[in-house]
Design a protein around this ligand. Sequence first.
Ligand SMILES: Cc1cc2nc3c(=O)[nH]c(=O)nc-3n(C[C@H](O)[C@H](O)[C@H](O)COP(=O)(O)OP(=O)(O)OC[C@H]3O[C@@H](n4cnc5c(N)ncnc54)[C@H](O)[C@@H]3O)c2cc1C
Length: 264
Amino acid sequence: MNIAVCVKPVPDPKHYDKITIDPETKLLNRQGAPTVINPADKNAIEAALQLKEQFGGKVVLLSMAPPSARETLTEGLAMGADEAFLLSDRAFVGSDTLATARVLAAGLKKIGSHDLVLTGSESADSGTSHIPSQLGELLGYAHLNCLTEIQLEASTLRLKSRIENGYAEYEGSLPMVLGVAREINTPRYTTLMGVVTAGKKPFTLWGIDDLGLDPACVGLAGSPTRPGELHMPSHGRKSEMLAGEPGDVAEKILAILRSAGVLA
Ligand SMILES: Cc1cc2nc3c(=O)[nH]c(=O)nc-3n(C[C@H](O)[C@H](O)[C@H](O)COP(=O)(O)OP(=O)(O)OC[C@H]3O[C@@H](n4cnc5c(N)ncnc54)[C@H](O)[C@@H]3O)c2cc1C
């Protein structure tokens, strides 16, 4: 049972105040905010490790991110994953969800055999939930999101996913792309031994040439999404200074409240 888990490094919520929006490009500038593993991706790693414990095999982590993401992936290795792949190249900067899915799909194809691809159901920073379905389509695998149960019996996957007013149950066959909801499990803590061994596990860095991708299909050039105008909501309050004797001011207040329809 070889499982690939897509892991997105996201800004640590404790440092959201360091995230800014570029007024020109309208893109998020996450520089300066330390990154952590996207919360739902920890649940995806946990789900993969539990399947590995039941059926054997290997759990590999895959991320498209800047080189600094190595540290974030190492945390996933410390949880118990066997190997990590970081897809990093200046050409990937500015990728929207489709371009991101193209890079991840190319990485998965190059890694080779996997029976299952797990992702989180959504990221904590962009949160479109596009990636699981886009990856499924690009790989030619069936795909499902918001999984709250994943069980494998013989070669049949028994799946439960959260829908608007409840849950839906499905059967599927491998390979599939499954987006994991946070309620599926509680991610394990990393042990001291996990941390010690994580740095010795195989780690591979691939750029655009390794993946054989056309630069026109990735990054800003390969992204059909264009962020629109941004507006700050206005929270201004109307105010008026009233001067005069207390009795006059009270009359003025009553008149204002009547004209605003607050008092009859
Ligand atoms: C025009 C444009 C330009 C952008 N430029 C940038 C940029 O320069 N830098 C930037 O950081 N973001 C950029 N973004 C945001 C970027 O598109 C999203 O971060 C990315 O496509 C993933 O979308 P999401 O977070 O909504 O994924 P979701 O679909 O919400 O994520 C679901 C799951 O997919 C997996 N996943 C998502 N992203 C990755 C990843 N990178 N690696 C591994 N697994 C992943 C995770 O398992 C995650 O839980 C840009 C967006 C647009 C529209």
